[in-house]
Design a protein around this ligand. Structure first.
Ligand code: NAD
Length: 480
């Protein structure tokens, strides 16, 4: 694979960039050049925002279309993406190391599923209801599209995390400037080709790959009405500050440090299987909601440490494009350095390394880190507090159920979490006490029909479900 692209998708056309700067992507497992794209400049962003603005402000345009007409266009976009599924999933995995099996589900299937879901949700919805007012006259309550959306996404699931924004946002009548992360730009070209093929009106979606400075420029751009961001908590805080000053609506899906609460009745024979790997190490540990703090009752501590170590130590690490691979490489050299830095910190803090802790001996190329488990971790230690974003688990002992809930909630973050038990009622009881936006029982799979998002430093607002439409709408009341 060696794909070099020379233009940007702005206003429904492929246009020459205004600068010569480029973004080059290296393969996560090969370290070879996979391809390159123009690095969008502030001027390119101006053009993209102007195109999205014109598409939104057109009195007969996208925002004014009947919802059914927009829904048809979303189905066309889903069709066009599905025709490219093989190329998209392949290029995402090559860039960020996501296993191809996961990429097929998350990056291949889900964007189309979300487009069709939101298309069908709005198809027959006029967006206007009439309610009895309290003053004896009816009130019309309208949900109107917010306008031009700046969507800024990270590299760990670039297609899905773009779709969680544009699928509800387009359905609601918004127009988009999408800024992918420099690590994963080649798939964004395939996405733009799908937009072109689906014949969405010019300017409804514009794609400008760029780094964080140009991203910050987009966030503060006067032509933008709403910002939808997924990424680190550090960047999220900066974006929130800008949006606060501008009083610009913003949704933030940020980092996490979720807990897997193993209750004392857990059947390790059943629990220590694929769903546990998915909940704790999905996307090679590069998943925001991963339950990387494993809370184990003291009464069964050694047994649980051994079971987790044996499961994690037995995972097949290797080429992300091989369908037998369970754990691929980190997305970049920088990301691997970060993860290795945390492994060093864990050692220095006195946590007991039970498996992994180094680069896999048999892989001399690619940004690999062997799946790693630390035991005897205290929840106050850095590896239990900060998001590592790699395949590193910490097993933390607890005394009883209250102590488990206390430790689970003792985190700056609050995105995901899991409860592992044979007793569903007990699981629900614990889940209800967890201060997070989502919790899984004996597995963790985000269900697109239900809202997903975080509390505390994990973010503001929710994506997925009918709730996500409200991110891209504002209400207007007409008092008659
Ligand atoms: P990052 O915040 O550095 O970058 C994310 C995106 O934001 C990139 O496109 C980047 O160019 C851009 N960006 C960075 N700083 C910016 C700024 N000040 N203004 C505008 N744009 C800016 O994050 P990353 O390292 O690429 O991604 C990993 C992080 O994303 C992890 O912390 C992870 O938890 C988080 N994440 C969260 C979710 C979620 O749904 N909650 C999902 C995936 C990833």
């Amino acid at each position: 694979m060696n794909a070099h692209h020379d233009s940007l998708f702005i206003g429904g056309r492929w246009v020459a960039p205004t600068s010569n700067e480029r973004i080059t992507v290296l393969g996560a497992s090969t370290e070879d050049v996979l391809g390159s794209v123009p690095h969008g400049s502030e001027k390119d962003m101006d053009a993209a925002v102007a195109a999205a603005r014109a598409a939104f402000d057109d009195p007969d345009g996208w925002a004014a279309w009947e919802p059914a007409r927009r829904a048809d266009a979303l189905h066309r976009l889903a069709d066009a993406l599905e025709r490219r599924v093989k190329d998209i999933t392949h290029v995402v995995s090559a860039q960020n190391g996501m296993t191809i099996r996961l990429s097929e589900q998350v990056e291949g299937a889900l964007p189309g599923i979300l487009l069709r879901y939101y298309a069908d949700l709005v198809r027959d919805d006029s967006g206007e209801t009439v309610r009895d007012g309290m003053l004896g006259a009816p009130v019309h309550v309208r949900r109107e599209p917010l306008g031009v959306v700046a969507a800024i996404v990270p590299w760990n699931a670039p297609q899905l995390l773009s779709a969680t924004k544009y699928a509800p946002g387009l359905a609601a009548g918004g127009t988009f400037v999408l800024k992918p992360s420099p690590e994963t730009v080649l798939d964004s070209v395939l996405f733009a080709e799908a937009v072109e093929e689906a014949e969405l009106p010019p300017g409804v979606i514009n794609v400008v790959p760029a780094g964080r400075e140009v991203g910050a420029y987009l966030v503060s751009h006067p032509g933008v009405d709403k910002v939808a961001f997924t990424g680190s908590t550090t960047a999220g805080r900066q974006i929130a500050a800008t949006c606060g000053t501008l009083l610009r609506p913003v949704t933030l899906e940020l980092g996490g440090k979720s807990a897997a609460v193993m209750l004392d009745d857990v059947d390790l024979g059943t629990a220590m299987a694929e769903p546990f790997v998915q909940a704790t190490l999905l996307a090679n540990g590069q998943a925001c909601f991963a339950s990387t703090r494993i809370l184990a009752p003291r009464s069964r501590y050694d047994e649980i440490v051994e079971a987790v170590a044996s499961l994690v130590g037995g995972l097949t690490v290797g080429d992300p494009l091989d369908s037998a691979t369970q754990v691929g490489p980190m997305a970049s050299a920088r990301q691997r350095e970060r993860v290795e830095g945390y492994i060093e910190k864990g050692r220095a803090e006195g946590a007991r390394l039970v498996v992994g802790g180094s680069r896999p001996a048999d892989l001399d190329k690619g940004y690999y880190v062997a799946p790693t488990v630390f035991a005897d971790v205290d929840n106050a230690q850095v590896i239990a507090r900060e998001e590592i974003f790699g395949p590193v688990l910490s097993v933390i002992p607890y005394a009883d159920e209250d102590d488990a809930v206390r430790i689970a909630n003792d985190s700056e973050y609050g995105l995901g979490g899991t409860v592992w038990t044979n007793d569903e009622e007990r699981a629900l009881r614990v889940a209800r006490r967890m201060h997070t936006g989502t919790v899984g029982v004996n597995h963790y799979t985000v269900d697109p029909a239900a809202p997903f998002g975080g509390v505390k430093a994990s973010g503001l607002g929710r994506e997925f479900g009918p709730e996500a439409l409200l991110n891209y709408q504002q209400t207007k009341s007409i008092y008659r």
